[in-house]
Design a protein around this ligand. Sequence first.
Ligand code: ADP
Ligand code: ZN
Ligand code: ZN
Length: 734
Amino acid sequence: MSIIRVALDKPLNTLFDYLGPAGVTEQDIGCRVFVPFGKSRMTGVIMEVASYSDISPDKIKQAGQVFRDVPPLPPELLDLFRFCSEYYHHPLGEVVMNGLPIRLRGSQPFFIRTAPIVFQYRLTTKGRAVDISAIPGRSIAKRRLLVKLKESGMIEDGEAKQFSSRTSEAMKEFVGLQWVEEIPLAPPVVSTSPSQETSPLPVLTPAQKNAIDAIVPKMGEFHTWLLHGVTGSGKTEIYLQLISLLLRQARQTLVLVPEINLTPQLELIFRARFPGVRLVSLHSGLNPTERAEGWVQAQHGEAEIILGTRLAVFTPLPRLGMIIVDEEHDLSFKQQEGLRYSARDVAVFRAKRAGIPIVLGSATPSLETYYNAITGRYLLLRLPSRAPDNASLPTVQYIDIGKIKTQEGFSPPVIAALEKGLASNQQSLVFINRRGYAPILLCRACGWTALCHRCSSRLVVHLREKKLRCHHCGHQAEFPSLCPECGNQDIAPFGHGTQRIEAALTRLFPDARIARIDRDSTRRKDSWQRILKDIREQRVDILVGTQILAKGHDFPNLSLVSILNSDASLFSTDFRASERLFAQLMQVAGRAGRSGTPGEVLIQTRFPDHPLYRALYQHDYDALARILLEERKTAHFPPFVYQALLRAEAPAIATTLAFLAKAATLAKAPHQIKVFDPVPAQMARLKGMERAYLLVQSRSRKKLQEFLGNWRTKLDSLPSHKVRWTLDIDPLEF
Ligand code: ADP
Ligand code: ZN
Ligand code: ZN
């Protein structure tokens, strides 16, 4: 009788032993299995098959069905899960189940649809006999559908869907009433054109050629390449040529991007260059079935290019030949809840195990990556200028708003530049990294401001909806008519958000076509893609938006970028704030002047001489990186040390701090490990929970890992009534 050891989605760092069903063998490692757990049943993954168990024979439970619907997870993937569990000190079962598409975590086997089934709907004799007037007048969709069916006798799926969403419901009802017969049609034959590259390839710039010549001879080995190329330097072309090489060797490429919004653009580029190549996109915008299908196609080795957001790093890829992480500096690669992994770092580990290259691309690499590159752990490739005919980088100018008065947030030079853009039919972008109308609602008499009662944050004014909103927990409140403190009526929005800037622009330039791009305006599915299309097709003159605009988009007709208000981050207590601000500004500035037209960047600031702004002026990432690295070295911050946080939260701050203090006494810091005192988190109160953390750091990653391993076991046995805690390795937020 075989014992199986199963990974289950439970917060316990152990595998669970069961009696395997008859015939279970080592071949079944990596298969999903349905098992009893407590009073319920759940799906897990067989990690080991053994001949003994510590559980006594009369206690051990019998496992249920082993799913053989999809191939077992390959050993490399199980290895990757084990690595993540160990490195992030997170229960293995949660890591494994988190890595599977939702459809594969359920209790039902999953069968992939080969092609969507197309139906034809035919009116039956019963349906033919129905009198149109028998359908109530309100049911317009039903009446229309019935008329249409009577006219033509039958309708095909595609045609039916063109009417409206109501039509599908009406059709279902007709099928139920037996007025209509549903007939599946044979799936269409998919033409499998051999992969061929169309349109002539661009002549590579010397820097592009250099990069490709460096990587190609080392394609069969593990190396982490940092492709540090200014915005518009043609990093994508390098990805394309490397992918093309792998396609010819029938190997798969995994391409990770920080955001789902970036997938359609890259997907188009890939499909245009490689028609006929099977590409799957894996991101959170797909429904669970689509996601599982893409995943299974990747697992079968059918998909040749796998394009996805961070979770895609856990896709089984039998013929993986290379990993690309585009915009590697982006924070979205780090998951901020549950298993707090960095998809970029996991990807590097994965490439190393697989003995394949990984390419990290960015105009503004994270300091961690940059440091690895200049010290030789990673291989550095630079693309110092823009690709098409050496297009120049935009000029940067500062407007000292300590000296010049602004009007509704705009200084005269910015207004003049926007005017010039409109007159010459060039697009402009106004960057303000704050959505809503105004960040503060203020009483001018007593200084009261509207605060969220569940978070340590201010409520943001959303004027159009006449609401106050917390951007951290979603709490919504009505607009008070009087100050709740002093009864004064003179309460007003203070400061600027995207909506207010949009309103000001409408007043300043009544004829301009203005598009606001922030999380509110792009919330609805596809709305961002629609706005992008409008921008490309020149139906927008001025774009107003947040950092969504800073991410990797190519706007060919944009020549002016104005940055209104970014000084606040210069003096943040977060040691990463400067790095992030610089990256963000460099990325936004990089949207200007990408094809032909020279770009111009105007920055309103009170500190035009700040070193960060000076480096930006010269487009000199390295200059700033050197300054920041020097600071980090002196202050003992990453990348010179490795950090981990014990995060805790409880309804009362005293409970949280007491727990952390206990945890600190368990730590008994060994040599080379520094354990700091517990402190409240930057966002001390969130969704009604009081949050604090304990920072642990070391110069040695190995020592830190050893320490965390021991500590975690002790933490597990610490009473933690009312406290939720978690370890965050290589934290990015405090
Ligand atoms: P990055 O990702 O580095 O910001 P992109 O890859 O988006 O830059 O390239 C910017 C623009 O330059 C794109 O429109 C691209 O088609 C074009 N491009 C890239 N390489 C070349 C080349 N060798 N010659 C001409 N145009 C190029
Ligand atoms: Zn007041
Ligand atoms: Zn809140």
